[in-house]
Design a protein around this ligand. Structure first.
Ligand SMILES: [Zn+2]
Length: 281
């Protein structure tokens, strides 16, 4: 499946960022969410857009696009505890300092390509997994900070993780973070909130606490996490129909934050008040 079909909104965002100006794309990106496979596909697609020598179309047959589809591009590298280890590196459970040094040394020389480093993990079957405090430890992460923040044309770092908190704050603060919705889990079922929340983008600022109250009332019978998932499903449903409305992506992230507050046991009134204040203008 073509990425532009699968993630029209994110693809659109990156295509616009990449075509408007060379500096528009941040040097460091972080993707988070449950669907690591899709994150990886998105990361390689960005690498392809950055390296394509022809029209950047989904079916482009230029050498760069071909290499990237085959996973053999010389400057688009997956960095994991398994991939791209220097010869003298016998670490097996972590992305190592030696790998970080290897990257730094490679950046000392010029390249005709746009270099992309995709940081992630792999399980024993080779499936893409996310970074976490065990496989991407502070020492290695901190050794990368200088090259991540120092503007260097033609270099992009992409970090993949399930939970944003699994990556050090020092990396997060230097990266632009994007929630990548799970393709597998999305059923767009939002019946729980249908009567209360559909058409929320037309609500008035003065409705904020009224809507929040209605959501709180639902939480008498339905778990808060379920209500929030339904809200998120509704937003994903909207996104599918309106792929250019990137503000919906922001809203989905706010709901993701609300889910975390629910996990921490915050009260329904606070969770829904906060959320409604953020997304109803
Ligand atoms: Zn191409």
């Amino acid at each position: 499946m073509l990425l532009s079909d699968k993630y029209p909104f994110l693809t659109n965002y990156f295509t616009t960022a990449l075509s408007s100006s060379k500096r528009a794309l941040p040097q460091s990106l972080l993707f988070y969410g449950n669907d690591l496979k899709s994150q990886y596909i998105l990361a390689t697609e960005i690498a392809r857009l950055l390296n394509c020598k022809k029209d950047k179309s989904d079916n482009c047959d230029c050498l760069n696009c071909k290499w990237i589809r085959e996973g053999s591009h010389p400057e688009v590298k997956t960095i994991s505890r398994i991939d791209n280890k220097p010869e003298d590196d016998d670490s097996k459970t972590v992305i190592s300092i030696k790998q970080s040094q290897m990257i730094k040394e490679s950046l000392m020389s010029e390249s005709e390509f746009h270099r992309v480093f995709i940081f992630c993990d792999r399980d024993t079957e080779g499936n893409i997994c996310g970074l976490n405090p065990l496989n991407f430890q502070a020492e290695t992460a901190n050794s990368l900070l200088k090259i991540i923040e120092e503007p260097q044309p033609g270099v992009t770092f992409i970090f993949l993780t399930r939970y944003i908190d699994d990556v050090l704050p020092t990396i997060i603060s230097r990266s632009q973070c994007f929630f990548v919705p799970s393709k597998a889990a999305v059923t767009y079922n939002y019946s729980v909130i249908e009567n209360v929340f559909t058409g929320y983008f037309e609500f008035k600022r003065s409705d904020v606490f009224n809507i929040s109250q209605k959501l709180q009332d639902l939480s008498g019978e339905t778990a808060i996490s379920e209500i929030l998932s339904a809200i998120q499903n509704y937003m994903l449903f909207l996104l599918k129909a309106n792929p250019n409305q990137t503000e919906i992506i922001k809203h989905i992230e706010f709901v993701e934050e609300a889910k975390k507050q629910a996990d921490l046991g915050m009260r329904a009134v606070n969770i829904f008040d906060n959320l409604c204040l953020k997304i109803i203008n």
